[in-house]
Design a protein around this ligand. Structure first.
Ligand code: OSB
Ligand code: MG
Length: 370
């Protein structure tokens, strides 16, 4: 297959509720939507870069630049035998995993549509249902946090993750645990601590958390290995894992016992499958993270987590938690039992509502194969 055209739109969607982490407070979701076409068939994928470089270094602007000036030309230059060949074909570009992933995932989506199969089939997963977990941002105070957790538990989510940062950690976790003694509960610090906080973080060990996500530096694995020796609670790495090699090094060094897989953070589906395989071979569970995606990226995450190593609920929640109106129809919904149905239709499996995409688009650019 040869790619005829790559089109990028910049899309802005208001979030129903601000999402606050240790590194920022987000009120609108702005992302690039990448579409690739070949012989009249198109595939679509959402880039998980943000407007700012506060989670990882890429931004929507760097992703646009790298896609236009490097990745699209490299992709045009090749005959693609299988979507798994796209990521290796882009390896001359160092880093920029989110930009690579958007292009790569769009090719997988195109391929699945062309073959008339759901993405999960192409990825090697299975149909049915996946368990849903939820990520709760920092709230105004303890009462607001407890109310939020209560609502998510009532909605059926099978595991709750709460964001923490220094000064807003141990006491909040103690309060949630007192109210929900058996809830599968974890915390995510988004790199808000240092190794000097080891004794403080050890205070979390008494709450039977399933894990603590990315407590230390966004690009660190060495300090995490030292911290894991001090903690009974398993460490899960997010930001630090940008390839299967990163996952191998982190697990072999003892820097974590669990890995959060975000397709966009590891260069696309091929990267995500490779991370999954490395972890599975080492007996380490993986789960699928989230980036406040619209339904397009959200459904890609649903398909990914049908692979067998995804043994824990991820951060894939219902569209309605984020958006008044999602870009896909039907939106992603969570059943009373906390399950998300895996689509059976071709590609991501739900229809993209193009008039809504057009209304939310403030910029677009397209490049054709020379
Ligand atoms: O660290 O997992 C994270 C959102 C944006 C950036 C980083 C993270 C998150 C989340 C939200 O935790 C997950 C979601 O609900 O999509
Ligand atoms: Mg995280």
């Amino acid at each position: 297959m040869r790619i005829d055209q790559v089109e990028v739109r910049r899309v802005t969607l208001p979030l129903r509720f601000p999402f606050e982490t240790s590194f920022s407070r987000t009120t609108t979701k702005q992302f690039l939507l990448v579409s690739v076409s070949s012989e009249g068939v198109s595939g679509h994928a959402e880039c998980v870069a943000d407007a700012d470089p506060f989670y990882l270094p890429e931004t929507n602007t760097t992703a646009l630049h790298v896609l236009r000036d490097f990745l699209a030309p490299m992709a045009f230059a090749r005959e693609i035998e299988h979507p798994r060949d796209v990521l290796p074909a882009l390896s001359r570009v160092r880093g920029h995993e989110m930009a690579k992933a958007a292009l790569e995932m769009a090719v997988w989506e195109l391929w699945a549509r062309r073959d008339g199969v759901p993405l999960w089939r192409l990825l090697g997963g299975r149909g049915g249902e996946i368990p849903a977990g939820v990520s709760v941002g920092l709230q105004r105070d303890e009462a607001a946090l407890l109310e939020k957790v209560e609502a998510e538990v009532a909605a059926g989510y099978r595991r709750v993750k709460v964001k923490i940062k220094p000064g807003r950690d141990v006491a909040l976790v103690a309060a949630i645990r007192a109210r929900f003694p058996r809830l599968p509960l974890m915390v995510d610090a988004n790199s808000a601590y240092t190794l000097a906080d080891a004794a403080h973080l050890r205070a979390l060990d008494r709450f039977a958390l399933t894990m603590i996500e990315q407590p230390l530096g966004w690009d660190d694995i060495v300090d995490h290995a030292a911290l894991q020796k001090e903690l009974a609670t398993p460490i899960c790495l997010d930001e630090s894992i940008r390839s299967a090699d990163d996952a191998r090094r982190a697990l072999d060094l003892g820097a974590c016992r669990v890995v959060n897989v975000k397709v966009g953070r590891v260069g696309g589906f091929a990267g995500a499958i490779a991370v999954h395989d490395v972890c599975r071979a080492r007996g380490a569970p993986v789960w699928c993270g989230g980036m406040l995606e619209s339904g397009i990226g959200r459904l890609a995450n649903v398909h990914l987590q049908t692979l067998p190593g995804f043994t824990l609920p991820g951060d894939t929640a219902a569209s309605a938690r984020y958006f008044e109106e999602d870009l896909v129809d039907p939106p992603v919904v969570v059943s009373a039992g906390g399950g998300i149905a895996v689509p059976e239709g071709p590609g991501i499996g739900h229809a993209i509502v193009w008039p809504r995409v057009e209304r939310a688009t403030d910029f677009r650019e397209a490049w054709r194969r020379p």
